[in-house]
Design a protein around this ligand. Structure first.
Ligand code: AMP
Ligand code: MG
Length: 325
């Protein structure tokens, strides 16, 4: 792969990167944990590009990065434990999972359709300057292709992502080098979803007793990029889904894809992408599922979507929603 566009993280280059983010482009940037793949988290198409650049076979919910706690509090509802943790540790390597506000502007795709959101204020000056300049929250999953090790230098990012990213801001090696700890505060019980750069005892001192969502081997600091065991939680619809359906039946809602879609007997049809573009389809997936998931219909029929590129991740999500995996 060709070396991507590495720029040293000067004020001028951060402004350039922020402008690219505002245009819906991808920018890799340093955080204190690892280098993140940044996109405007309120822009569905930009978020779809993040999944496509990482070539992940599935959409997992992303951590959303904010410039400060007030900005995060406009997207999610803080409880007392969250205020104590964020007040003491932010900016820093702790991610909080909290209920999404109804008026939250973050892309539904970024949260994989969930009604909660993982939020963090990173402890790195370049990251914070970029967030302030961009004026929007950013995604920042590790800036590597799926399967590669999380990058802790700009060169790692270039090796793994190459031209898939517009610009890589080089802020030197990551200070911490392992991922943030993730704590779920959506229930009465505080649950550690991923151990990480903040010690469990510090979290307990601030938030009281915590439960771990991980099996025993998860107790120590995680291997870079190791998956925690939260995958069981995912977005579901109230209505049943019928997958790989060419034409909907009477009274069904129809989630179509591509130029050959025919409304037929469908009560209502939405097309993920009339042009058959996977990125557009990914960007529309969760908002269209939300819209069709209405008691006016008795089920949602879904047209076949090719198992190719982002199509694989779309199908993986649809199968989970349908309860097939
Ligand atoms: P990252 O790739 O660093 O953005 O981290 C993403 C990780 O955060 C996941 O793979 C998650 O499942 C976890 N995560 C993000 N959002 C949520 C959420 N709403 N609920 C539970 N876990 C979440
Ligand atoms: Mg990773």
């Amino acid at each position: 792969m060709t070396a991507a566009n590495i720029l040293s993280a000067t004020s001028e280059n951060i402004v350039t990167a922020a402008r690219l983010v505002n245009e819906g482009k991808l920018v890799a940037f340093p955080t204190e944990t690892v280098y993140g793949l940044g996109a405007d988290a309120t822009n569905d198409e930009a978020v779809a590009s993040v999944f496509s650049a990482k070539a992940r076979p599935t959409f997992n919910p992303l951590i959303i990065h904010f410039k400060d706690m007030d900005a995060a509090a406009r997207a999610v509802t803080f409880n007392e434990r969250a205020e104590r943790l964020a007040g003491a540790i932010w900016p820093g390597s702790l991610t909080l999972v909290l209920p999404r506000r109804p008026e939250c502007e973050i892309s539904l795709l970024a949260a994989a359709g969930l009604d909660s959101l993982a939020v963090r204020v990173p402890g790195d000056d370049v990251a914070l300057t970029l967030l302030r300049e961009a004026g929007c929250p950013l995604t920042a999953p590790s800036a590597n292709r799926s399967g590669d090790v999380s990058p802790t230098t700009a060169a790692h990012v270039a090796e793994s992502l190459g031209d898939a990213v517009e610009v890589i801001l080089d802020g030197g090696p990551s200070r911490v080098g392992i991922e943030s700890a993730i704590v779920d505060l959506t229930d009465e019980t505080t649950v550690v979803l991923r151990p990480g750069a903040v010690a469990m005892k510090n979290i307990e001192a601030l938030a009281g007793p915590v439960a771990s969502a991980c099996a025993a081997p998860c107790a120590g600091p995680p291997a870079s990029g190791r998956k925690a065991s939260f995958a069981a939680r995912h977005y579901t619809t109230g209505l049943p889904l019928r997958l790989n359906v060419a034409e909907a039946q009477l009274g069904e809602a129809f989630l179509a894809f591509g130029p050959d879609a025919r409304e037929g007997d469908a009560a209502h049809m939405l097309n993920l992408s009339p042009a058959g573009d996977f990125r557009e389809a990914a960007a529309n997936l969760f908002s269209m599922l939300h819209e069709l998931d209405s008691p006016e219909y008795y089920s949602i029929a879904v047209m076949p979507i090719p198992e190719d590129g982002l199509g694989r991740a779309i199908n993986d999500r649809l199968r989970r929603v349908a309860g097939h995996s």
